[in-house]
Design a protein around this ligand. Structure first.
Ligand SMILES: [Ca+2]
Ligand SMILES: [Ca+2]
Ligand SMILES: [Ca+2]
Length: 352
């Protein structure tokens, strides 16, 4: 067994980086939401075990909730300032990382239900310590914007909503309620469980492929919570630098997001060099094709990140081409390596 490992390891290191064009076709795994997973039976079966639900005819249906607008007729600016006033303390601790839906005081804690790129969260501020817990709803769960007061009772979170089916559209997905008038019940112990104590609850770690039993999934000495690239230990070479320049030009903003622990830029690439980059001031997840597929099926992550294909070498060995695909555009990156530096250009071939 020992000799086999020694033999396999170098082979893995040098030939499986999945970065360069090998003449084979490599597609993005995204967007393959299969038809049968959207049938009611499957949606109900796929509801995570920690989430119970009961029918409650007094609730709003999905359509009624969608139609209602609390700020209806209010100008945008006024709407924002109302929102700031209402959720001031949450803005103070969590910034613009979440869209805040409702808040409640329970015991010594102040709670809010909020939403971000991954789905719904329960936020808690207790003695000036902010915590965010991913709730772990399935992709097919719709949570009403209108919630009753007192969504926390008896150490349990109660949220009204529906199960919906999702039909992929060209521009927008089409949602239809398949089971309305539900109240979801989730024990706070299940939501708050953080087995390794690193600051991310187990449900969130499972969603983004982190190890919920290790504070440092990639073993680089930086805890999952503080790591800007928590899935892969960083490395430095010509091609990790190439991908660092690509994501920098992709961000194009100077905001320091290192304290935004719950916001990630998501990329899909099987290339090890990309996975091992060292981001400067942005939290990233570089997912393999199968991980990207799983995340897209498990959460309402939208808009999803950018897919990068394999690197094609130009004839001169200093120019490289990388196909990419975003939600609304695609094309290729033209990268030139000169005097130890990369210059990167996005050649947009199409736009939807
Ligand atoms: Ca954890
Ligand atoms: Ca962890
Ligand atoms: Ca780490």
């Amino acid at each position: 067994m020992k000799s086999l490992l020694v033999l396999l390891f170098p082979v893995y290191l040098f030939s499986q980086e999945n970065c360069f064009d090998d003449g084979q076709k490599h597609y993005s795994a995204k967007g393959k939401l299969s038809h049968y997973t959207q049938m009611t039976e499957f949606i109900l079966l796929n509801n995570p075990k920690h989430i119970k639900y009961k029918e409650n005819r007094a609730n709003l249906s999905y359509e009624e909730d969608e139609r209602m607008d609390e700020y209806s007729g209010m100008p945008y600016e006024q709407r924002m300032s109302e929102d700031y006033k209402r959720f001031e303390i949450f803005y103070k601790y969590f910034n613009h990382q979440f869209h805040y839906i409702r808040l409640q005081k329970a015991g010594k804690s102040l709670y809010a239900v909020a939403e971000n790129q991954f789905g719904h969260w329960l936020l808690e501020i207790k003695g000036r310590k902010p915590k965010a817990y991913y709730i772990g709803f399935s992709k097919n769960t719709y949570v009403n914007r209108r919630q009753k007061n007192g969504f926390i009772r008896n150490n349990t979170l109660f949220l009204d909503g529906s199960f919906i089916s999702i039909k992929k559209g060209i521009r927008f997905d089409e949602w239809t309620a398949v089971k309305d008038f539900l109240t979801f019940e989730i024990s706070l112990d299940d939501i708050k469980k953080d087995s390794d104590g690193d600051g991310y609850n187990d449900l969130f770690e499972h969603l983004i492929f982190l190890n919920s039993d290790s504070r440092d999934t990639d073993g680089d000495g930086i805890s999952d919570f503080e790591d800007l690239n928590p899935l892969h230990a960083s490395e430095r070479n010509r091609f990790t630098e190439l991908f660092e320049s690509i994501i920098e030009s992709d961000l194009g903003e100077n905001e320091d997001a290192t304290r935004d622990y719950y916001s990630f830029k998501i990329y899909e690439s099987d290339c090890n060099f990309f996975q091992r980059i060292h981001p400067k001031d942005t939290r990233i997840l570089v997912l393999s094709g199968s991980q990207a597929y799983q995340l897209e099926n498990n959460s309402r992550s939208s808009p999803f990140g950018t897919f990068y294909g394999r690197i094609k070498k130009g004839p001169d060995e200093t120019t490289f081409y990388i196909p990419y695909f975003k939600s609304s555009s695609g094309g290729r990156i033209i990268a030139e390596y000169k005097d130890g530096k990369w210059s990167v250009l996005e050649d947009q071939e199409y736009k939807t």
